[in-house]
Ligand binder design. Sequence first.
Ligand SMILES: Cc1ncc(COP(=O)(O)O)c(C=O)c1O
Length: 391
Amino acid sequence: MKEDTKIVHKGRDPAANHGIINPPVYRASTIAWGSVAEMRYRRDHRWEPGVYTYGRHGTPTHEALEEAFAAVSGGYRSVAVASGLAAINAAMLAFLQQGDHVLMVDSVYGPARNFCDNVIGRFGVETTYYDPAIGAGIADLIRDNTRIVYVESPGSQTFEIQDIPAISAAAHEAGCVVIMDDTWSAGIYFKPFENGVDVCAMAATKYIVGHSDVMMGLITSNEEHWDRVRPSAAVLGANSGPDDIYLALRGLRTIKVRLKRHQETGIALARWLQARPEIDRVLHPALPEFPGHDLWKRDFTGASGLFSFVLKEGFSDGQITALLDGMQFFAMGASWGGFESLILPANPAPNRTATSWHGPGQLIRIHAGLEDAEDLIADLDDGFGRLNDAG
Ligand SMILES: Cc1ncc(COP(=O)(O)O)c(C=O)c1O
C-alpha cells in the first residue's frame, strides 16, 4: 500500500462495522470482563491490539487512530495521549532513571526544555544542550550515563535542520535511544524510522487534527522500544478522550492534501517576504538560501506551512505592534497546523544555552493556512504599510 492509500484505509474496517465508513466512537471507563479467565487474559495481554481493559488504556476508537498513524509514519505501534507535551514527557520518562544524562537539541520546543530543566532535573537526570548543527560530532558529548539523544528538526521557531541519520548512528553506537519531535513534518514529509529515530513524540494537535479544535499527542516507537514506551504512556495517566480521537482520525484522512497546500502557500509567502526591504532573512528550510536547505532536501520530501522571518534591526516596538495588530486574516495565538493562518512574534534568545541567537531584529513566526495566498500576501503587505507608517 502506498502512503496516500494507507492514510485513507488504515485503521478502519467498514465490513466489520455495518458498512459504515468511519469507526464508531466508543466511550468507556469500565470495560466488563465476562469471566475470571477473560479478566486474566486481558490483563496479561493489555497492550496488544484488540485487547481492552479500562477506558484509560484505550478503546477500539483509540486503536483505529494508533494503527493508522503507525502505518503512515512507518513505526511499529503508536499510542495517543492528551497533548504533544504529554507525548514528549512520556517518551522521555520511558527510558530515564536517576543519574541518567540527556542530550537535548538547543533549538527544542520551549516546554520540552522546561521539562528537562525543571522536572527531570529535580529527580537527578542531567541535561546537556547541543548545537543543532552538531551532526556526527554528537559522539563527543555522549557520556557513559547518556540515555537519550533528543532531536527536533526543524528547530522550534528557528527551523535549523539536523543531520538525524548521522546523530542517530553516533547515538546507537553508544547505546543511546534517539527520540524525535517530528511535529513539523507530521510523520509525512520526514520518515523518522527510516532515518534512525527510535521513538517519535509529536503534537497531533497540529497537522494531524488540523482544525484547531483538539489537543493530542502521539508517541510512535520502533519494535525494540515499544515495551517501554506503551506502559510509560499509561502510567502517567494522560490519556486522550475518544471523541477527540475521532476528530484526529478524521483529520488524518485529509492530511496529505492539506499539507500540500500549506506547503505551497508557505513557500509563496516566504518568497514574497524574502523580497521585502524590511526583512533581514526568512527561516524556511525549502528556500535554497536557508543554511539547512541541503540537509532538508536530502532527508525531507516536503515542507509544512510553519516558518519564520526576521526583521532588520531598528524597528521600534510600536512599529512591530502596528504590523501585528490589525491583520485581517492572520490570527495571533499559540499553536499551528490548523486551516487558519497565524502570525506570532517570538524571541528565541532566552531558550538558548549551547548556542546563541542573534536576530538582528524581531523574529516573527508564520503559519500559512489554507486561505488564498494572494489574500494573505495583501494582508502582510498592509501590515508592512502600518509598520512603515508608524516609523
Ligand atoms: C514542535 C512542538 N512540539 C510539541 C508541541 C506541544 O504540543 P501540545 O501543544 O499539543 O502539547 C508543540 C506545540 O506548540 C510544538 O510546537
